[in-house]
Unconditional design. Sequence first.
Length: 108
Amino acid sequence: MITTIQGNPTEVTAGLKAILIELSKLDSYVDSKYYRSLLERVPDYKLEIQEGAECIAPAYSWTEVINVELPQLHLVFPYELEGRGRGKLDVAIHTWRTAPEKQKDYIS
């Protein structure tokens, strides 16, 4: 997948966070303190209001979205940073519901 969104794309920061979280748990194998310090510097994802409720923005800034998938939902899958049992499930569901139809039907 190649993202067409610029300005801290959500799927890129989510992937980086997911990797750093796992690396910071490997005290016996890596300098986990280093990875925790990197994790603190990764920007959080941006929330925006769509149809009266919060949803996950594709990035902090963008001009247009020409992606055919919903990269902002990579927070839920595959990175499992949000969703059932992790928080903000309602935000993830609203993100799906307010997404353009052409992005919902894409299968990679």
